[in-house]
Design a protein around this ligand. Structure first.
Ligand code: SF4
Length: 280
């Protein structure tokens, strides 16, 4: 008999739940048009559902003049926030408090004269926002990139919230050769590390792993990588309609996990669909 097991930590995190609630509240108030600055979270299906109910995505505060503007979970630049507060009828700041902690740490290290290194993915909205809080910072994604930095006296490190502890360790080891003093503010979010640990544990036992979440979601992609490293039959889907019955042939245990932007309803839908495919 095939068993379907959901990882002990999976799906929507505190920051995403909070942002969704804030947006739902703004929609419920209905006093003015609601817009979100960039996709509220990295989950195309949730973003599409919000848009259907009136919370459209804009890429610039100028497109939301006179509206209620929700600032996304991953944070915005100080310039965008200033412009939003000038132009919009109201601003709902749904930036995750853990992301704000990264901004503050980067600002503080920069003010104290450290060369700030952001360990993360260049171009990711969270990293772009952090960079705007410490404009002289450098973004480093790998140990190789860290080794290419010039040697300086003081280096301070902050981390994109969704990075893995292994990546941080690798970059920090490389940085030790590029600086005299190294200060690390570990800003990896506990939701991320909890999801990753639970995913690795389940993937090591599972015959097939299904990872649910946006393909544009950094933390979901990381979960899929972690799962695939120990369970080659790993599939990343955005919803139940992408599942294929052939994936589960001869499987004894199907593991399911989901990124931090995946609401519980999407997890339930996927579990139900797998169970009906394997004849549970
Ligand atoms: S993963 Fe962590 S930092 Fe990112 S939104 Fe969720 S709680 Fe906040």
């Amino acid at each position: 008999m095939v068993k379907v097991e959901v990882a002990r930590e999976a799906g929507a995190c505190y920051g995403v739940e909070r942002a969704l609630e804030m947006t739902e509240d703004a929609l419920a108030e209905g006093t003015s048009r609601v817009r979100t600055l960039g996709p509220l979270i990295h989950n195309p299906r949730v973003v599409a559902s919000l848009a259907e109910r009136g919370a459209l995505v804009v890429s610039d505060p100028r497109e939301a003049a006179g509206c209620t503007l929700v600032l996304r979970t991953h944070g915005v630049t100080p310039a965008e926030e200033t412009e939003a507060r000038e132009l919009c009828s109201s601003v709902v700041d749904a930036t995750c408090p853990f992301v704000k902690k990264v901004h503050r740490a980067a600002e503080k290290l920069s003010a104290e004269g450290y060369r700030v290194v952001i360990v993360g993915e260049a171009g990711h909205p969270e990293v772009t926002a952090t960079l705007a809080h410490a404009p002289k910072a450098v973004v480093v994604g790998t140990a190789k990139e860290a080794l290419a930095l010039p040697h300086v006296r003081k280096t301070g490190v902050v981390v994109q919230t969704t990075q893995s502890a292994a990546r941080l360790t690798e970059v920090v080891s490389a940085l030790l050769t590029r600086t005299e003093e190294l200060r690390i503010v570990n800003t990896i979010c506990e939701a991320t590390s909890g999801h990753q640990g639970a995913c690795a544990e389940l993937a090591a036992r599972a015959d097939v792993m299904v990872v649910i979440g946006g393909r544009n979601s950094a933390n979901t992609t990381r979960l899929a990588e972690i799962a695939a490293a120990v369970c080659p039959r790993t599939h990343h889907v955005e919803g139940a309609d992408e599942l294929k019955a052939s994936w589960f042939a001869d499987a004894g245990l199907v593991g399911v996990t989901a990124g931090a932007s995946t609401p519980a309803s999407q997890i339930h839908a996927v579990v139900e669909a797998i169970e009906s495919m394997v004849g549970e």
